[in-house]
Design a protein around this ligand. Sequence first.
Ligand code: PXP
Length: 248
Amino acid sequence: MYFCRKTNGVYMTKLSVNINKVATLRNARGGNVPDVVKVALDCERFGADGITVHPRPDERHIRRKDVYDLRPLLHTEFNIEGYPAPEFIDLVLKVKPHQVTLVPDSPTQLTSNAGWDTKVNFAFLSEILDRLNKAGIRTSVFVSADAEMIEYAAKAGADRVELYTEPYASGYAKNREEAVAPFVEAGKAARKLGLGLNAGHDLSLENLNYFYQNIPWLDEVSIGHALICDALYLGLEKTIQAYKNCLR
Ligand code: PXP
């Protein structure tokens, strides 16, 4: 049974910075500027609780080499997300990050845009999760805010679910109470099943605090796009601090 982490009676939600955008910028010129490893270490120095990477088969963002380079140098939690194709599983079993997040995206997809249908993919996910669990890697399954999908993720053997928050982010401006409601229910369903709870996609300085206020038992948020864009204006250190402040 999983218990949400509390320190001095307060839930601690971790901020994992997704550095794929930094790799995209580097790849645009072919050299090593910006240096993905240095940026990751600076994120940690500025207060990030973890680093997330999403290596794709075409290596258009993070490359396999980045994953190997980062592993021994990071001091915080390393989360590798991606579609569990054989090459991905081979990579994560070699690298052994703290957490692997399974995402149902196709190789050519611009970005993840849906959670798993954990019922339809139950046998496939069970087999993959079993291999990762046996390797001692914490597992998380990317799902929509849907109690049935969460239930099947738990049955398949996931340690956590990561809620796909795009619908929350896109509904926030119009009616934030309505936008967050299904996520609160999903968060309760995960908690009842003893699952840890992560969230990510389109979370930002605008919408993060309200999400956290409503679901304070969140274990971790994984944020890339908005955070790296904010860093263009605020700088990386102030940006990370601003995001951390949204989780208090
Ligand atoms: N979580 C998952 C599973 C993702 O695929 C992504 C995008 O790569 C994120 C979180 C982060 O989303 P964003 O870049 O919109 O913050």
